[in-house]
Design a protein around this ligand. Sequence first.
Ligand code: ADP
Length: 398
Amino acid sequence: MSKPILVLNCGSSSIKYQMIDAESEELLAKGLVQRIATGTTGTIDHEVLSNNQGEYHVDQELPDHETALAKVFDLFREHGPNLDETVAVAHRTVHGGDKFAAPTLIDNEVVKTLRELSPLAPLHNPPGIAGIQAARKLLPNIPHVGIFDTAFFVNLPAEAYTYAMDVGTASQTKIRKYGFHGTSHQYVSQQAAKLLGRDDLKQIVCHLGNGASMSAVDSGHPIETSMGLTPLPGLVMGTRTGDIDPGIIGYLHRELGWTAAEIDTELNKRSGMLGLTGHTDMRDVQSAIDAGDKRARLGMDVYVHRLVFYIGGYAALLGGLDAITFTAGVGENSSEVRAEVCERLGVFGVQLDEQANSIRSKEPRVISTPESKVKVLVIPTNEELAMARQSVELLASS
Ligand code: ADP
């Protein structure tokens, strides 16, 4: 029997969605809504991938998430797949604080708790809540499931999630390391264990997309991750700094008179590879390097240095290392980044198979030599499929 799950990812001005049959794991439809509540004409691109395949485009005023979702649902009703067969809606929710350690059935109480958590993720949680409320109103008769980006990391060891600051201040303000991209780290680490046929792996997952984060996972349990209270720290990202000296924040305020909001924007939107090289996209950075651009070369050196630094630290925390997995846009596609990182990991007995590394594929694969002491893997992430699976598991158990 088919079990279509609608997976929603609501941002402040966009909604990404997929309809996945959780039974056959077939992608039935996907779409993207853009420019919600921006005062300009919004757009919807709806693609049907199951029966009666087709692509549909709509331009329309989209003043809020509810109008946008109502229009998306009209497209489902007009072109398919059949919305009435949907068994649940899975909502990607960025910040679950320390309240949500697992997928959760959404009711009014959960929405209230999410509202209380909004100060922790002011850019992400409010649009997520708007999407949840709109979808619950438009599809009131099926369960809605919250899947939290932070959930996989709720049970990190205390010494990993605690910041070295006054414990009273930290507890009053809920400051701790939460970690993000949890659905991806969980899915990819499980796939790695499956690919290598071992449940007791000591592994490192490098999720390198526009946002980037790393996790250390021991026998399925995360013991460290690179993002923190917010998605800003850790690795160098497309536009985010990753780790910097926290003293820089006060210094920028004193020297340039920037407000908290201006500093937030600088560190989140104008830094990382964009700030270093002038390019956000790693393909553009690589082309600039190939053309002899020294600034791009330095940017890549900083990017790789940070990755190697974290891998070394995580190997020590794990007390050994069986596998390193690359995933997300850069991790899955950039053989150059993978090669530059692995070249510097000889100390751990990492040997990259150059031929295997250069192959482009959508399949999970090993790219280290048979002699390599640590297996190096590329595993395409699929957060939407993971969310659909988790929703079905929750519904089966509740
Ligand atoms: P997001 O964090 O937005 O989900 P993705 O995981 O889709 O991001 O990754 C997007 C990034 O992947 C792009 O900004 C680009 O830097 C990188 N990328 C995509 N394709 C390639 C490629 N062929 N080579 C190198 N980098 C790539």
